[in-house]
Design a protein around this ligand. Structure first.
Ligand code: ZN
Length: 243
């Protein structure tokens, strides 16, 4: 089974469509790690696509805020503006669907899905020190996470009988038996790793391999839509720098 792993699409339809087009034929099922909406100009089109195409979806912090489940008190003013804009734009049906999304961790068999971390859906796993706190709670499982918008991964595995921690290479990594693995596919719609291209990953359960991808998309179109929608200019600008 080959899974297309998507996270943090953030209502960027241009990025989502480019990823789907590029990945066509390379996967059997889609999963989504949350933050479908917030920041971008197409919350309904993105939500509709995920509703009809993803086998498993969990909620992110922006989904919670944008459907009215949680007050965006911890959001910066720009993000809060986007939350309120998105809340108004979402159809009642999509708002209801987002409200009903499960919270991670969600065990789908070959792996666990979380938005932030195994212990807290709103926690940021930014470096190997953060990941090390997770390993004791993972029981040698593969965990896909998002939230940081940074493509990458962390592992704890046995090397010559000794436990060794490390980070994924830019191409991807292998999930060996006995590994504890935290993998972030990157953000489809608002990367923050200084690359503007859409991030995603494909996991092949037979090869036990995670492969990272970066996909160019019509950036200008996504930016123009954000500005035309009356969303903050800075939300359009940051897409170009991947930050
Ligand atoms: Zn996000």
């Amino acid at each position: 089974m080959r899974y297309l792993i998507l996270s943090d699409i953030h209502a960027n339809l241009e990025a989502l469509e480019a990823v789907v087009e590029e990945a066509r034929g390379s996967y059997d099922e889609v999963v989504c790690l949350g933050d479908l909406v917030g920041y971008g100009a197409d919350p309904n089109a993105v939500t509709d696509w995920v509703r009809s195409n993803a086998a498993h979806v969990i909620r992110g912090n922006h989904d919670k805020a944008c459907c009215g489940l949680e007050e965006p008190t911890l959001f910066n003013p720009m993000a809060r503006f986007a939350v309120e804009w998105t809340y108004d734009k979402l159809t009642d049906d999509n708002r209801r669907w987002l409200r009903d999304l499960p919270q991670g961790p969600l065990d789908v068999g070959p792996f666990l899905m979380v938005h932030g971390s195994v212990l807290d859906e709103d926690e940021y796993i930014l470096d190997s020190r953060d990941a090390a706190q997770q390993f004791p709670h993972m029981f040698e499982r593969l965990v896909f996470f998002g939230h940081t918008h940074v493509q990458g991964g962390f592992f704890l595995r046995s090397v010559n009988g000794q436990p060794a921690e490390g980070e994924a290479s830019p191409e991807g990594l292998e999930f060996r038996k006995g590994d504890s693995l935290m993998v972030n596919p990157g953000s489809v719609g608002q990367p923050r790793d200084y690359l503007w291209t859409a991030g995603y990953a494909v996991y092949d359960t037979e090869a036990r391999s995670v492969v990272y991808h970066r996909c160019p998309y019509p950036l200008q179109e996504a930016q123009d839509k954000i500005v035309r929608a009356g969303l903050p200019q800075s939300l359009a600008d940051r897409l170009a720098v991947g930050r």
